[in-house]
Design a protein around this ligand. Structure first.
Ligand code: SAH
Length: 289
C-alpha cells in the first residue's frame, strides 16, 4: 500500500513541479499503481537480450523499470513537454539504454525491437495495434480500454465478436492478463482497462489472401446480424461492386456450383468464424479486387 501511495505521490509531484496538466485528448492517464506496474513488467519476461518498444512512455513510469531489465528500450512520446521531462529524468537517473523519440507513434517508423510493453494512449488503440502487427516481434504486453481488449479477443457468436476480432485472429493470439481499475491512473479514466498479451501467429497468411479477407470482413461486419449473403450485397462497394444485380448473379452462380458457399452465405455474420470467413473469401477471391 505504501508503494502505491509513493508512485502516486511521485507522479503528482513530477507533474506539479513541471506545471503539467494532463490532456485527456492525448490519452494521458498515468499509471500510479505500483502493483500493476510490477505485474506488467513481469508479464514481459525481460532479459538483457530484449529490445522493448514502448508507445507513450509519459514520465517514464514503465520506461525506467523496463530499462533496468531489458537490453534496450525505444520509447515514442508525442507530447514534447512530457518528452522533455522524461529526457531529463533519464539523464538524472543515469539511464543510458533508452532511445527516446519525440513523435506520433502512428506515423514514425519503428526501429528494430522484439517486444512491446505499453500503457497505450487509448485513442490510437486500433491504428497502433495494426501497425504492431505489420512488424515481426516475439511478445507484446499492452494495456487497452477493457471494451477494446474484449473486442480484440471476441469469440464467434458473442457480443464482443467484431471486425477487430476477425482481423486480429490470423495475425496474433490474444490473451487476457489482468484488469486494471480507473483508480490506478491519474486522472482516472471513465472506463476499465485490461492488460493483454499478443503473440504473433507462427503460420502467416499470404498477403493477397489477407487483403481479400480484410475486405470481406469489413463488408460483413457492417451488418453483423444479417445473413452473409445480404451483408455482402448491402456492402458491395467494399468488395468492389457498384451493381447489385451483378453481385447477385455471381453469388447465385457460385451457390449453384458449390453447396459449401451456399451454407456460408446463409449464416449470419456473427456466427461465421474467422476460418469460415477466410474460406468464403477464398471462394469469392477471383471475383473481388
Ligand atoms: N506509459 C505512461 C503514460 C500513459 S498515457 C504511464 O503508464 O503512466 C499515454 C501517453 O501516450 C501520454 O504520455 C501521451 O502524451 C502519449 N501519446 C498520446 N498519443 C500518442 C501518439 N500518437 N504517439 C506517441 N505518444 C502518444
Amino acid at each position: 500500500m505504501t508503494e502505491k501511495i509513493s508512485l502516486a505521490k511521485e507522479t503528482k509531484q513530477i507533474l506539479q513541479e513541471n506545471g503539467i496538466i494532463l490532456n485527456k485528448n492525448l490519452g494521458q492517464n498515468y499509471l500510479i499503481d505500483d502493483f500493476k506496474r510490477k505485474k506488467i513488467i513481469e508479464y514481459a519476461n525481460l532479459t538483457k537480450e530484449d529490445t522493448v518498444l514502448e508507445i507513450g512512455p509519459g514520465i517514464g513510469t514503465l520506461t525506467i523499470e523496463l530499462a533496468k531489465k531489458a537490453g534496450k528500450v525505444i520509447a515514442i512520446e508525442q507530447d514534447t513537454a512530457i518528452f522533455n521531462i522524461l529526457k531529463k529524468r533519464l539523464e538524472k537517473e543515469q539511464i543510458d539504454n533508452v532511445e527516446l523519440i519525440n513523435g506520433d507513434a502512428v506515423k514514425v517508423d519503428f526501429p528494430k525491437f522484439n517486444k512491446i510493453v505499453s500503457n497505450l494512449p487509448y485513442q490510437i488503440s486500433s491504428p497502433i495495434s495494426f501497425k504492431f502487427l505489420e512488424h515481426e516481434f516475439d511478445l507484446a504486453v499492452l494495456m487497452y480500454q477493457k471494451e477494446f481488449a474484449d473486442r480484440m479477443n471476441g469469440k464467434v457468436g458473442t457480443k464482443q465478436y467484431s471486425r477487430l476480432s476477425a482481423m486480429i485472429y490470423f495475425k496474433a493470439d490474444v490473451k487476457f492478463l489482468t484488469k486494471v481499475s480507473p483508480e490506478s491512473f491519474i486522472p482516472s479514466p471513465k472506463v476499465d482497462s485490461s492488460v493483454v498479451e499478443l503473440k504473433p501467429k507462427e503460420k502467416k497468411i499470404a498477403d493477397d489472401d489477407f487483403r481479400i479477407y480484410s475486405k470481406v470482413v469489413k463488408a460483413l461486419f457492417q451488418h453483423r446480424n444479417k445473413k452473409a449473403r445480404n451483408a455482402l450485397i448491402d456492402s458491395r462497394h467494399i468488395i468492389g461492386f457498384k451493381d447489385k444485380k451483378e453481385l447477385k448473379t455471381i453469388l447465385n452462380n457460385l451457390e449453384d456450383e458449390d453447396s459449401r458457399i451456399k451454407e456460408l452465405l446463409l449464416e449470419r455474420t456473427i456466427n461465421l468464424s474467422p476460418e469460415s470467413i477466410m474460406e468464403l473469401s477464398i471462394l469469392l477471391k477471383e471475383h473481388i479486387n
